[in-house]
Design a protein. Structure first.
Length: 100
């Protein structure tokens, strides 16, 4: 099967997305080391995480390609899994005591 050389251009969009993802990560780490109140830092980190997740969905996971209905189902399932894992982790970490 012959390769199509028209699609072999430099992935500048992927490089830009990677750099923006790094900047968002460094911004979240920088927010941690500020003197802002704890909940303010958590809101900043949460907002940066949502922005980064959306960036990665569009830049790296090709959200706009493929069948629309299947993409929506996959995204809803992924968010459900992420919420279950995060809520379960917080629940276990804050339970306070262990029964043996």
């Amino acid at each position: 099967m012959a390769k199509n050389h028209e699609n072999e251009k430099f992935p500048i969009g992927h490089i830009a997305g990677f750099i923006v993802s790094l900047l968002l990560t460094f911004a979240a780490v920088g927010a941690k080391f500020t003197d802002l109140p704890f909940y303010t830092v958590m809101y900043i980190i949460g907002a940066l995480a949502v922005i980064q997740a959306l960036l990665q969905l569009f830049m790296f996971m090709h959200l706009t390609e493929g069948e629309g209905k299947v993409q929506v189902i996959n995204i809803v399932y992924a968010f459900f899994c992420a919420i279950v894992v995060a809520a379960g982790t917080i629940w276990v970490m804050t339970s306070g005591h262990v029964h043996y």
